[in-house]
Design a protein around this ligand. Structure first.
Ligand SMILES: [Zn+2]
Length: 354
């Protein structure tokens, strides 16, 4: 048995929410369980739905929606008897649970938001709010015995390093943002959704690969014409989708594979840097685009990483560092419950004054 299962009280259940830029999900997870139950999904009332509203208005709207949905869930049969509430949040946070930014939720900068205190006051149960990738990393905390780095590849890129029972970031919330590491210093490098340029997340994410595929198709019509992508996109580079790229790479299409290979270079450099800096030898990839490409994603990344070399490791050892995570989309809900299960006793001590 692992240390986690020894401390798990299976009778405890948690209400967990995953607040993302597109979707808010609320569900229930029993302590130690590997799946979420009675999950409700709804569109997030943020900048994606109401792009014309100010950041402050959107922030109020999103927090009101989250509070309302949690109150409703706690009052329903699904939330009855829950020991605590956990929320995973798509943005940087301080250790004490203050939100620093919510670019995909309300866009531009707003003052720090003490969301954990706000929710604790309004819900009347212990609440933990954590960054979404931190929550996702907790999902793997009990199964992974060695330090690991979780990297999510979807519309953007995020990561967290987990070691000795904690996610390695500063108390002020810095770290775990390799997607915003500048890998292309050129002044006209690709813009990132954060407003910067040349960031890893602009180049090696699902969005970055799609852009690269469309550019390559427009720049080399002959190769594109011979590609499976030309069939699915009707010969129009602008109609290529991420699903098309993933399918074509899985089928070993030379054009699509070449595009993805080029995009893997800065990602391999990022893995190389984390390994060289702190010696982590386990890299788990999750997120819609990585999962859609599947094992080919890890193989192509391994090709680039062995080409670069990792100081002190042989090729087989380098490839063995890379794996895909679970294919479902419940990382944040399950991970949040595991995090609550491990951190809640400490919270109860503080709150109980015993
Ligand atoms: Zn960025």
């Amino acid at each position: 048995m692992t240390a986690t299962s020894l401390t798990t009280d299976a009778s405890r259940t948690f209400v967990v929410a995953d607040l993302g830029g597109t979707t808010l999900r609320v569900g229930r997870v029993a302590a130690g369980a590997g799946s979420a139950e009675a999950v409700r999904r709804m569109p997030t009332e943020g900048i994606g739905r109401y792009p014309g509203l100010t950041a402050r208005t959107l922030q109020d709207r999103v927090v009101d929606q989250l509070t309302r949905e949690l109150v409703s869930y706690l009052g329903s049969s699904g939330g009855e008897g829950a020991s605590a509430v956990g929320v995973s949040f798509a943005g940087p946070m301080t250790k004490d649970g203050t939100v620093l930014a919510g670019p995909t939720l309300w866009g531009s900068a707003t003052p720090p938001l003490p969301i954990t205190n706000m929710l604790t006051r309004r819900l009347g149960v212990p609440v933990v709010v954590a960054n979404d990738i931190t929550a996702a990393a907790w999902r793997y905390a009990s199964a992974e015995t060695d330090p690991f780095c979780l990297i999510t590849i979807s519309s953007g890129i995020g990561h967290k390093v987990f070691r000795n029972g904690e996610v390695l970031i500063s108390d002020a919330g810095h770290g775990g943002e390799i997607g915003h590491w500048r890998v292309d210093p050129a002044a006209d490098a690709l813009p990132c959704e954060c407003g910067g340029r040349g960031h890893l997340g602009a180049m090696a994410s699902g969005r970055g690969v799609l852009l690269a595929a469309r550019r390559a198709a427009a720049g080399d019509p002959r190769s594109f014409g011979l590609s499976a992508l030309a069939d699915t996109a009707g010969g129009d580079p602008a109609r290529i989708t991420n699903e098309d790229v993933a399918r074509a790479v899985r089928a070993d299409d030379p054009f699509a594979t070449g595009v993805l290979r080029a995009c893997m270079v800065p990602l391999a450099q990022a893995v190389n840097c984390v390994f060289t800096a702190i010696g982590v030898r386990r890299y788990l990839f999750i997120g819609g685009f990585a999962v859609a490409v599947g094992h080919r994603f890890v193989t192509l990344l391994g090709d680039e990483l062995t080409r670069l070399g990792c100081f002190g490791l042989g090729d087989e050892e380098i490839r063995a560092m890379l794996s895909l995570g679970a294919e479902d989309d419940d990382h944040c809900l399950i991970g949040m419950a595991r995090m609550l299960d491990r951190t809640l006793p400490a919270l109860v001590n503080i709150g109980g004054g015993a």
